[in-house]
Design a binder for this molecule. Structure first.
Ligand code: RP5
Length: 172
């Protein structure tokens, strides 16, 4: 089994139904990754230990998802110079707006690349990790181009199903 390149972490197992979107993308691109639960607030020491050992174990990127006062991505970024992608989870009465602000509003000097709230964010976090890894991997870069082409084709096919006769004259 290949060593994991991406660490997908989340504040609670209740975040998994969202965060598995990131894992699915990495599986699609055959990128070795690991998934675990650790909390900035409930298990601060576990989080610190995990992050401090990550570079040595070969990890290149973190994807961190949390909800509410979502400090997980920021705490990880504070402990490591590896890139951190933050996913705000919509697990709260504020529907993730709190998570978005807590994840995105990092002080200058400690960046977190924050994606959109919830499922879209988890998927895009996976894709952003692939794009970062593809900078040094031509095969992965070609896979990304193929992914985009397939995605565009799928839109055209969906359009065909509901196009009115005049729209058929549009050659997009
Ligand atoms: C956050 O609190 C977690 O990331 C999760 O989104 C939220 C609720 O956690 P549980 O109470 O379901 O464990 O820390």
């Amino acid at each position: 089994m290949n060593k994991p390149l991406v660490g997908i972490v989340m504040g609670s197992d209740s975040d998994f139904s969202i965060m598995e979107g990131a894992s699915k993308i990495l599986e699609e691109f055959n990128i070795a990754h690991e998934v675990l639960v650790t909390s900035a607030h409930r298990t601060p020491e576990r989080t610190r230990k995990y992050v401090q050992g990550a570079k040595r174990r070969g990890l290149r990127i973190f994807i961190a998802g949390a909800g509410g006062a979502a400090h997980l991505a920021g705490v990880i970024a504070a402990e490591s110079t590896l890139p951190v992608i933050g996913v705000p989870i919509n697990s709260t009465p504020l529907n993730g707006l709190d998570s978005l602000l807590s994840t995105a509003q990092m002080p200058g000097g400690i960046p977190v690349a924050t994606v959109s709230i919830g499922k879209w964010g988890a998927k895009n976090a996976g894709l952003l990790a692939v794009q970062i890894l593809a900078l040094a991997d031509d095969k992965l870069a070609s896979q990304l181009v193929k992914y985009r082409k397939q995605q565009a084709k799928a839109v055209e096919l969906k359009s065909k199903k509901l196009e009115t006769p005049h729209a058929a004259n549009f050659k997009g």
